[in-house]
Design a protein around this ligand. Structure first.
Ligand code: T3D
Length: 261
């Protein structure tokens, strides 16, 4: 049987490919379990400094697998507690950058899985739909949190309540994603982006994730204090020393991502 998630390493990038192309990579228990163990392994491995998440075939991810016991009167909260919420929390807490390479349709929790990444790029033929309303559900996997922050309240409500499909170009124009890229060479361009991130100061990226993640719930005073604490830690990283040294020596820095001394 094919693996639900393909795991590959290129340099310091771990590539995770959702691999149920015949179901547009819909999420079942097997995919969730494979993603959980893949992210756990990435957390533990200091040699991995960036993640690229993409889908096999013509889709990125069509959300929850509707063929798997999804009939009415089911406790959906249980599977959200077990699978979706830990996945989104794990991605947001991962002290390494995650690039979502949306190669095709991203629907329902599949769209929100992409939005849980740090940088989302999409092929120009890809599209996004908060499809939940079509089956009587609300956006989950962080959707009601991500959408208003990314695109504002008016567009968040439209996307959620109407479930319309928007193109990758529109998604980029609205600020839902970072960039829309040409179909030709899409994977290579997304991999190049992840590779670039994997050579940047990993501790600073981890600290940015913490600060940006906390910003929504903090007042300015709290956020200023958090920035001070995180910057204090950054000042003790080998990458800060290397960055300044390289600047003064007029050369490219060689960042290692090592933790503060
Ligand atoms: O407890 C919990 O799990 C709660 C959590 C819920 C989270 C959610 O994500 S709820 C939302 C679930 N997703 C959807 O409602 C989207 C359903 N899919 C679609 O609306 C469409 O397939 C797409 C808009 C994504 C793509 O349309 P199109 O025309 O490009 O492709 P298609 O022909 O509809 O799909 C191709 C195949 O994939 C098809 O199988 P077939 O007929 O060739 O054998 C289709 O059934 C299958 N497929 C697509 N989406 C799903 C799926 N199979 C299972 N689950 C899916 N979500």
């Amino acid at each position: 049987m094919a693996e639900d998630v393909l795991v590959e390493t290129r340099g310091a990038v771990r590539i995770l490919t959702l691999n149920r192309p015949e179901r547009l990579n819909a999420l079942n228990a097997g995919v969730h379990e494979a993603l959980a163990s893949a992210f756990e392994a990435i957390e533990r491995d200091d040699a991995i400094r960036a993640v690229l998440l993409t889908g096999a075939g013509r889709g990125f991810c069509a959300g929850a697998d509707l063929t798997q016991n999804m009939g009415g009167n089911r406790d959906l909260g249980a599977s959200i507690d077990r699978h979706y919420n830990p996945l989104v929390r794990r991605m947001r807490a991962l002290p390494k950058p995650i690039v979502a390479a949306v190669n095709g349709v991203a629907a329902g929790a599949g769209a929100n899985l992409a939005l849980a990444a740090d940088i989302v790029v999409a092929a120009e033929s890809a599209n996004f739909t908060e499809a939940f309303i079509r089956i009587g559900l609300i956006p989950d996997a962080g959707g009601t949190w991500f959408l208003p922050r990314l695109v504002g309240d008016a567009r968040a409500r439209g996307l959620a309540m109407l479930g319309e499909t928007i193109s990758a170009t529109q998604a980029a124009e609205w600020g839902l994603i970072w960039r829309c890229l040409p179909d030709d060479g899409f994977f290579d361009a997304a991999l190049a982006l992840a590779t670039d991130l994997s050579g940047r100061p990993t501790q600073a990226i981890a600290a940015m994730k913490r600060a940006l993640g906390a910003a929504g719930g903090n007042g300015l005073d709290q956020q200023l204090d958090l920035e001070r604490d995180l910057q204090r830690a950054m000042g003790r990283t080998p990458d800060f020393a290397e960055g300044v040294k390289a600047f003064l020596e007029k050369r490219k820095p060689n960042f290692t991502g090592a933790k503060p001394a």
